[in-house]
Design a binder for this molecule. Sequence first.
Ligand SMILES: [Zn+2]
Length: 311
Amino acid sequence: MIPGAAPAGLRTMRLWTHDRWRFPLPERHRFPIDKYALLRERVVADGIVEPADVLEPDPAPWAWIEAVHDGALVERIRDGSLTLRESRGLGLPWSPELVERARRAVAGSVEAARFALEHGLGMNLGGGTHHAGRDFARGYCLFNDAGVALSLLRGEGRVGRALVVDCDVHQGDGTAHLFADDDATFTLSLHGARNYPFQRIPSDLDVDLPSGTGDDAYLTALAGALDAAIPRADADLAFYLAGADPWEGDRLGRLALTKAGLRARDELVLDRLRAAGARVCVVLAGGYAEDVRDTVDINAATAAAVARRLS
Ligand SMILES: [Zn+2]
């Protein structure tokens, strides 16, 4: 039992996962496919959530995805006919299992966003696939889960204005692309200036951080960015991409945050958004520690921060 978590029996906390849906990967591929099952075990072992409250969504219907992404791209993903250039950009080998898993990840973010609308906060143990734009799928991202969830909930009249707070170490180019002409969605991305993607699509607010940025400078920059973004967004619903890859031991990130710094980041984002009256849907985004258990530590701490605010 972590301090401040919901006592057993209250069952406020719910999480969504697609950890049992795996896909074929070459040996030693950097994609952390083992993270998801370890994270499910961890959040239960830590008392963050009851085992029965870790839920598995059905795959998102194609219509939800086609409402956001280019139809021809969706068709190429669906039938495995991505071009060689697209496959290389995606960085994951195509398989039917890859596609089904991506649809389940999207549905998890939809469910977590619905839960957030009801309870103030929700979290998907996946998603944050921010390199997927309207007509491109790259950087391990097939579909943009936040984009699909927002489009769906807006269609239902559940959400008006929205904010994306992207704290993955990589710039949120796909999200920026999807919402470029959407005045009702504010996109904020804080990332390593020298990290992928090297050709950017501008967010409403991009904060480029130098390599080696540590906790204090990061948190100062984040607080300033939230001060700028939150009033402009005036959001009913926010998506928080709580990437674990700004961690100092990450193989792909170039920032140097400690685990304590990442916990402070989570608390700052959650508390500022909630103080502004926004519902918050938290998604994982990236994390590429040499030992996957370090990424799991960081993600579990984020889930614990959500649980404390739900209890
Ligand atoms: Zn990343």
